[in-house]
Design a protein around this ligand. Structure first.
Ligand SMILES: Cc1cc2nc3c(=O)[nH]c(=O)nc-3n(C[C@H](O)[C@H](O)[C@H](O)COP(=O)(O)O)c2cc1C
Length: 636
């Protein structure tokens, strides 16, 4: 079983114990451009969990190449001791440790004060609105020397290898892309900068493994790859490019982009070097099949490992059904873009490895009742079971999932929702599940619980506006049955959650004309930018009409009236048959007070406390179950 994925792999001077790779990913567990204790604990967890190779995150080889305020600086002398600390934590587990040297060039994500942006040529970059200056020849030499210096420090720090990022249109790729390199000096040669960098790195780190990361969907990268056949020990493939909205989406591709997206792009890079391929491979069986088919020699399973650091060990022990699967919700990359420590929706321990304790088995098995089968309730269920308790789940609706069951009706939400809910099949099988059951003081008392977690979620906000002259339906209901939204449809979307776009897309797919009226600054503002990019792509392709910066005022015989949120005196009137409301949510917050009044010990979690994100709901669900369990274990 999994014999291909779990077999060793030689990358030049280094042998990996298996082919599961945590590719470079910025954790924001960095302070003053050096790893924190949380950083060490984060990677130790993935090493202990059986990861074959960890490539430490993008690390600047020179002060001019800082991409974010939380980027590691590979040129600082202090990095040596830091590498040793990570190595001492990770390498006893057999894991090999590399660092990725990455110079951002004209890509800069950090805020002011930024160093001047430098690039082969002065060509503005769209996504982060960077306007660089063309590098002077002597500056290029200094950067090359910076790679060599950083390589020497990697050797001193005891690392096994160095990866040069030539991916994602960062500096190395900017040099080999003729559209971005318009120089007329000797650095006009597309391969020169990369080859000089490799020469400097080899000279600085003679015994180490050296690889290059490339974006498989980049034509310039496809042209440069054959030149590397005798220069490096391996190639690592990712997808996407930083400067454009659409291209950046592929750097961390979200659903509904398919799993195993990388496989179709590896062929041009089969040049006789070991190949690590990465992008949306989350299933160990799929990873094993990719190696078996020869599309790649090792798999980056980066988000898969963010979600479950024990993936490698569970695979080795034949416990693949226990692997917590990445759902592709993008919380990890959203935290990075918000300059916040890395987190994971399905694994609250991620980024908190030092402080998030394993749940203790309770001294005695008690009965915990969870009210509400949405994500917060399901997260509570799992941790209550982990403590050894009997669980009963009450749900008012006729199905599991809460708002995820609603999101599952939308192309942008179905894959995430299904993967999330699949992950609870085992916990549900061990639970007394009671659907279509309303929790009251009486129904709860009949169950004689030792503890109760209330996670009753939220319902759509119903405005007190005068809405006459058309059919009015909530987005959640229209998602369930697009037939409720006949004729020409106007969707009033406040922009704080994806209900409006989800309804617009779904109703449009049912053949109606849809006008999506959005009051937030951008469409899909609450979604991470990579998911939002795909939403916008689908909305434009489906020819949904989008009107921005308007909020619902009223509707009457003349039509549905919106006012401009910035110039409220300006009104727009739409003649339409149906008005779909997506104006936010309100908590279902009556159950907990009722149960408390009846004397039950109640913990609350998720949207019933105030509607927020999936990540917050699940974190609170887990914490609520832990509080109940701790109370039950406390000496009385
Ligand atoms: C939070 C985060 C930060 C990332 N930072 C880097 C980085 O520093 N360098 C890099 O080459 N790729 C970076 N990536 C891309 C990953 O290495 C990987 O290619 C991507 O997540 C797709 O693979 P996956 O589907 O296995 O997660 C990052 C990804 C995430 C989620």
């Amino acid at each position: 079983m999994l014999s291909h994925l779990l077999s060793p792999l030689r990358l030049g001077p280094v042998e990996l114990p298996n082919r599961i790779v945590s590719t470079a990913h910025q954790t924001t567990l960095v302070s003053n451009h050096l790893p924190t204790d949380d950083f060490v604990a984060y990677h130790e967890a993935r090493a202990r969990g059986g990861t074959g190779l960890i490539v430490l995150e993008a690390t600047a080889p020179d002060p001019t190449g800082i991409l974010t305020a939380h980027e590691l600086a590979g040129y600082l002398p202090e990095i040596v001791a830091a590498y040793h600390r990570v190595g001492e934590a990770a390498r006893p587990h057999g894991t090999r440790l590399f660092v990725q040297l990455l110079h951002g060039g004209r890509e800069q994500i950090s805020g002011p004060p930024r160093a001047p942006a430098l690039a082969p040529s002065a060509i503005p970059s769209q996504r982060f609105r960077v306007t660089p200056r063309a590098l002077r020849a002597e500056e290029i030499e200094e950067i090359v020397a910076g790679f060599g210096h950083s390589a020497r420090l990697a050797v001193e720090g005891g690392l096994d290898g160095i990866e040069i990022s030539g991916a994602h249109s960062y500096l190395v790729a900017q040099f080999f892309d003729p559209a971005l390199n318009r120089r007329e000096d000797e650095w006009a040669d597309p391969s020169r900068f990369l080859l000089e960098v490799l020469r400097a790195v080899r000279a600085g780190a003679p015994g180490l493994c050296v690889g290059v990361r490339l974006s498989a969907d980049s034509e310039p990268a496809q042209r440069i790859a054959p030149l590397l056949a005798n220069e490096v020990d391996y190639l690592s493939l990712a997808l996407g490019e930083s400067p454009s909205y659409l291209g950046s989406t592929l750097i961390v591709p979200p659903p509904p982009l398919p799993d195993d997206l990388i496989v179709a792009s590896t062929e041009p890079f089969r040049i006789g070097l070991p190949l690590i391929a990465t992008s949306r491979v989350t299933d160990v069986h799929a990873a094993d099949a990719i190696v078996a088919a020869g599309s790649a020699d090792a798999l980056g399973m980066t988000r898969a490992l963010i979600a479950d650091p024990e993936l490698g060990r569970k695979a080795r022990d034949g416990r693949t059904d226990e692997i917590v699967r990445c759902i592709g919700c993008q919380a990890c990359i959203a935290h990075y873009h918000a300059s916040e420590p890395i987190r994971c929706t399905v694994n609250p321990a991620t980024g908190r490895e030092r402080t998030w304790t394993r749940i203790d088995r309770a001294h005695a098995r008690r009965r915990i009742v969870v009210v509400g089968a949405g994500p917060a309730g399901l997260a509570a269920l799992v941790d209550a079971q982990a403590a050894g308790h009997e669980t009963v789940l009450l749900e008012r609706a006729d199905r599991i999932g809460g708002q995820q069951a609603v999101a599952a009706r939308w192309p942008g939400g179905v894959a995430i929702a299904e993967r999330l809910l699949d992950g609870y099949a085992r916990a549900l099988a061990e639970t007394d599940v009671r659907l279509e059951t309303t929790a009251t003081a009486e129904t709860i008392a009949e169950l004689s619980p030792d503890g109760v977690v209330v996670a009753t979620g939220a319902v759509p906000f119903a405005p007190t506006l005068s809405l006459e002259g058309c059919a009015v339906v909530q987005a959640w209901d229209a998602l369930a049955d697009p037939g409720l939204a006949p004729g020409t449809v106007v969707v009033a979307d406040w922009g704080g959650d994806p209900a409006g776009i989800a309804a617009a897309e779904t109703i449009r797919a049912a053949g109606r004309r849809v006008i999506l009226c959005v009051s937030s600054v951008t469409v899909g503002e609450s979604l991470h930018q990579y998911r939002r990019n795909l939403v916008l792509q689908r909305l434009y392709r489906a020819e949904v009409d989008v009107v921005q910066h308007v909020e619902l005022s009223r509707s009457d015989a003349d039509g549905i009236v919106f006012r401009n949120v910035f110039a409220p005196e300006r009104e727009t009137v739409f003649a339409a048959d149906t008005l779909v409301l997506a104006l936010g949510r309100v908590p279902v917050d009556t159950v907990a007070p009722e149960l408390r009044a009846a004397g039950h010990a109640v913990e609350e979690a998720g949207d019933c406390l105030s509607p927020r994100s999936l990540e917050e709901a699940m974190l609170e669900g887990a914490m609520a179950a832990r509080r109940v369990s701790a109370r039950l274990s406390a000496p009385s």
